[in-house]
Design a protein around this ligand. Structure first.
Ligand code: F0G
Length: 461
């Protein structure tokens, strides 16, 4: 008799579908050449399964769509702002809210307020836009994530943890007064979607209190981090995601967030904090870059959809299916022997392009190459997260050549089915099989900022 098992299933049924089309091989080859071998420059009509990002790509629920109809589009004092403010207070615990058009809008404002020229900003690994805003405000990013996070094969369950010794070394070297805050990210994107533990956060909190350093959370995927704490940290099994999220935020002083991920909306973000003076300054700055402080670049209906999205994001069944789907894809790909970042995180499968295309030099952009090949193979769009994303060192002007040379297959929330995941795994396996014959790339155009978005390449001879 077959062993009894209990599967999870999505806690929803599908009400609307969007048709997708697979272009033939010749069309795909033409499309990637036209896009300069950069998947950001592909047209979405040429993409079959779009795993570029989980940012703004979620399917909204009927309740979110209904909330959009309740959008109050007043310029000032929209009722949706007050509803969102209450919701953020209830689920994240912060006293003050400043909405922004997306995450980087909030990062801009926070960096300008908290960073002085010559400051150092430690963080549990960099994120592209976050670090750039820190640098533009005159700060220097310092990586203080645990060493395990830089090793794609290490299976440590909390690779998002901060190495407190690295914090101590920084403080000893530059002095605590030049470290205004630590930028702490939940489910660290660039490390593979890896969580921190509450135990580590408590330790960090004690350290920061002692040295008068703020903890500013990048809460973009922190509900997913809370889910990982529930399923893997001792003592948290019986707590709800809602309780864990509040506990995480209680050890921090504020956050920036791209609401386009956890919060299940297509656009939006915010800055939140507890300090009245920081809030006053954020409220003032937002009017320069985003809009009045009660809409921050969003329509009233966007704020309404976000508030409902936050309520849905903390539901256990939602996170179980969300993370379960990513894990399922990871298992399929691993079964084909393809090297991936371990352990599988919450939002994506990261293929170890450096290892798969080990015959290429890092300056032949193995990850960029692999991402283009996966598109050619079957119309699947992924994202480079390696040498191109890391950019150049502002000091030396050389490529940063990061330890992690990865491509990211990012799963939008509530969008694709398990059958799509099977097709993705089979396509990855097909590229893996022909890996030895794959040639690297040469950069032909390099923009000044965040080059991965718009740089162009050609195939090396
Ligand atoms: N912080 C993290 C951890 C992110 O992943 C992102 C965006 C941002 C900040 C910036 O937010 O895009 O709303 O301005 N990540 C997207 C991604 C782009 O594909 O990973 P944004």
């Amino acid at each position: 008799m077959k062993k009894k098992k209990r599967s999870w299933a999505e806690p929803y049924k599908i009400k609307t579908v969007e048709l997708i089309e697979m272009k033939d091989l010749k069309e795909r080859e033409e499309a990637i050449v036209e896009a300069g071998f950069n998947t950001f420059l592909l047209k979405s009509k040429d993409v079959y399964i779009d795993l570029l990002t989980d940012s703004g790509t979620s399917a909204m629920s009927d309740l979110q769509w209904a909330a959009m109809m309740r959008g109050d589009e007043s310029y000032a004092g929209s009722k949706n702002f007050y509803e969102l403010e209450d919701t953020v207070k209830k689920f994240y615990g912060y006293k003050h809210l400043v909405p922004t058009h997306q995450g980087r809008g909030a990062e801009n404002i926070m960096s300008q307020i908290l960073i002085k020229k010559g400051d150092f900003i430690p963080g549990n690994m960099y994120f592209t836009t976050t670090r750039l805003h820190q640098e533009m405000a005159g700060g220097q990013f310092i990586d203080v994530i645990v060493d395990e996070a830089h090793d794609p094969e290490n299976t440590f369950p909390f690779k998002g943890n901060v190495d407190i010794e690295k914090m101590q070394e920084l403080v000893d070297r530059v002095g605590a007064d030049r470290v205004p805050y630590i930028s702490l990210e939940g489910n660290v994107n660039m490390a593979g979607g890896q969580p921190f533990s509450i135990a580590n956060l408590k330790e960090l909190h004690a350290f920061c209190k002692k040295h008068n350093i703020l903890i500013m959370l990048d809460a973009t995927r922190t509900v997913e981090n809370a889910y990982f704490i529930k399923i893997q940290e001792k003592g948290y099994e019986d707590k709800s995601i809602e309780e864990i999220l509040l506990e995480i935020c209680s050890y921090t002083d504020g956050c920036t967030i791209s609401a386009k991920k956890d919060c299940l909306v297509n656009i939006g973000g915010f800055f939140a904090c507890n300090d009245d003076e920081i809030y006053r300054r954020a409220q003032n700055l937002v009017v320069i870059y985003e809009g009045l402080h009660t809409y921050g670049g969003l329509a009233g209906r966007d704020m309404a959809a976000m508030a409902q999205g936050i309520r849905e994001s903390v539901m256990f069944e939602h996170q179980q299916a969300r993370v379960g789907q990513v894990k399922y894809l990871g298992e399929q790909i691993r079964d084909y022997g393809v090297p991936i970042v371990e352990p599988v995180g919450s939002h994506a499968i990261f293929l170890n392009a450096g290892k798969i295309l080990s015959h290429l030099d890092q300056d032949e952009y193995p990850a960029q190459t692999l991402s283009a090949e996966l598109y050619i193979e079957n119309g699947i769009r992924s994202m480079e997260r390696g040498n191109v994303s890391a950019g150049r060192d502002p000091g030396t002007g050389q490529n940063r050549r990061p330890k992690l040379e990865l491509i990211r297959l990012t799963i939008p929330r509530r969008v694709y089915t398990q059958a799509h995941m099977d097709v993705v795994a089979e396509s990855v396996a097909a590229v893996y099989e022909r890996r030895k014959n794959i040639k690297g790339l040469e950069m032909t155009y390099e923009p000044e900022y965040l080059r991965f978005f718009q740089s162009r390449f050609k195939r090396k001879k």
